[in-house]
Design a protein around this ligand. Structure first.
Ligand SMILES: [Fe+2]
Length: 431
């Protein structure tokens, strides 16, 4: 499967890439600085979930905001893995609340919910309006959004520095999202000490999300394979791998690979959990700029169609955590994508600890696949779609749903056909 993104003769190949730098404060105790960073706001909606209230983190945030005279309303009804209904509930709470700013405190679910609430409260419209086409209408966000300070409590999604909000569209059995530079939080306030209270399974799931963000960003199609946009300001956020995203993705991969097992198996290993938080941020910056591709495209079909799978450490309800839904496809995908850029897959395998000296380009796919699978087993993450309850009978349904994620599928390093997609799902099932 060599790179096969064809450009018509009449299109000019892209020669530029853009950088939209995230604004970041990172370090122990950062959450207590929240009020200072929110100075100038009058009334904020703090979007979080009840676990963060129980652990006392919401208290820290509220006290910090109130110390600066900022009025705070806590919305703690975020759903883990948000849905169209939970996005709508948050948006309705935001509308009419008189908020001039937003704070999100939690995992990617809380941060994405705050993005949606700020968007629909500022520019009211039916949900599908701004949702990515073809599932939604894909209309552009009409203008800037109020300030949003994102405070992640997990070490995975990178949502604090991306313009993407993902949700499960229940009635359509599909996971999709909204993607716009306007959604990028104005500040990522990352306090890695918040991860100390996370269960091992949550660290594992979010850690594999980090690894996949990093590997997908560094193996995405090159930005030069797209057509140059006209006008130039229409350059997409997911522009393909480029020198800037490589900085973040390759360093994130090196750090996450070195610390993932320690961070999962020992909650008291603060060095490992802080390192994973830093890797998550770097990978978030990278994929917010380059885009991810097939493991994420396939994950949305998986998580929206899982039936009975439950993961310890998560709410007692059928749910495939995002990072698990992604990484379960990843070994099969990287076996398929390796031929398009073998040197990058070999570099990823080397970052995961594989001795690649003497390896040939033809070895790249299985070396990376085996290394990733070994890491999944070492951290107790389900290997293979069958462990999530899927069978071969599900594949004809899953493949078209994944193909519908055009933004992600088109960012793969080769042109993906329906046959490719079915083969990759078959490989993920057999793993
Ligand atoms: Fe992700």
């Amino acid at each position: 499967m060599a790179c096969a993104h064809g450009l018509g003769e009449d299109l000019v190949r892209e020669g530029c890439f853009s950088i939209d730098p995230a604004s970041v404060v990172f370090g122990r105790g950062a959450l207590a600085e929240l009020g200072d960073h929110a100075a100038g706001l009058r009334r904020v909606m703090l979007v979080t979930d009840r676990a963060l209230v129980r652990h006392g983190h919401v208290d820290v945030a509220v006290r910090s905001l109130r110390a600066r005279g900022i009025d705070v309303v806590v919305f703690d009804e975020v759903s883990i893995e948000p849905t169209d209904a939970s996005f709508t509930a948050a948006s309705e709470a935001a509308r009419g609340g008189g908020f001039d700013g937003y704070v999100s405190l939690g995992g990617g679910s809380a941060i994405d919910t705050a993005k949606a609430a700020a968007l629909y409260a500022t520019y009211p419209a039916p949900l599908e309006t701004y949702v990515n086409a073809p599932l939604g209408l894909g209309r552009p966000v009409p203008g800037p959004l109020p300030r949003h300070i994102a405070c992640p409590s997990t070490c995975g999604t990178g949502s604090e520095c991306t313009g993407i909000a993902v949700f499960d569209w229940v009635s359509r059995h599909a996971k999709t999202g909204i993607a716009s530079r306007a959604l990028r939080p104005s500040l990522a306030l990352v306090d890695p000490t918040l991860t100390a209270s996370l269960p091992a399974s949550v660290v594992a799931a979010s850690g594999f999300d980090v690894l996949c963000h990093a590997i997908e960003s560094t193996t995405a199609r090159p930005f030069t394979s797209r057509a140059r946009p006209s006008p130039a300001t229409a350059r997409p956020m997911s522009q393909g791998r480029n020198p800037w995203s490589d900085l973040g993705s390759q360093e994130a991969l090196r750090i996450a690979a070195a610390h993932l097992v320690r961070a999962v198996t020992d909650a008291s290993d603060t060095e490992a959990r802080e390192a994973l938080s830093w890797a998550a941020l770097l990978a978030g910056i990278a994929f917010g700029n380059a885009g991810v591709h097939l493991p994420h495209a396939m994950s949305y079909a998986v998580s929206a169609n899982a039936r009975d799978f439950k993961m310890p450490g998560y709410p007692d309800a059928p749910l495939v955590p995002h990072g698990v839904a992604v990484v379960v496809n990843a070994p099969s995908v990287f076996r398929a994508t390796a031929a398009a850029c073998p040197e990058r897959h070999l570099a990823a395998a080397a970052a995961l600890g594989v001795d690649v000296r003497g390896a040939s380009p033809g070895d790249a796919g299985h070396l990376l696949c085996d290394a990733l699978t070994a890491l999944m087993r070492a951290t107790g993450v389900p290997v293979g779609l069958s462990t999530l309850g899927f069978t071969a009978a599900d594949l004809p349904h899953l493949a078209p749903l994944a193909l519908a994620q055009r933004r992600l599928v088109d960012n793969a390093p080769f042109a993906v056909t329906p046959d490719h997609m079915r083969e990759m799902f078959q490989g993920a099932l057999d793993a």
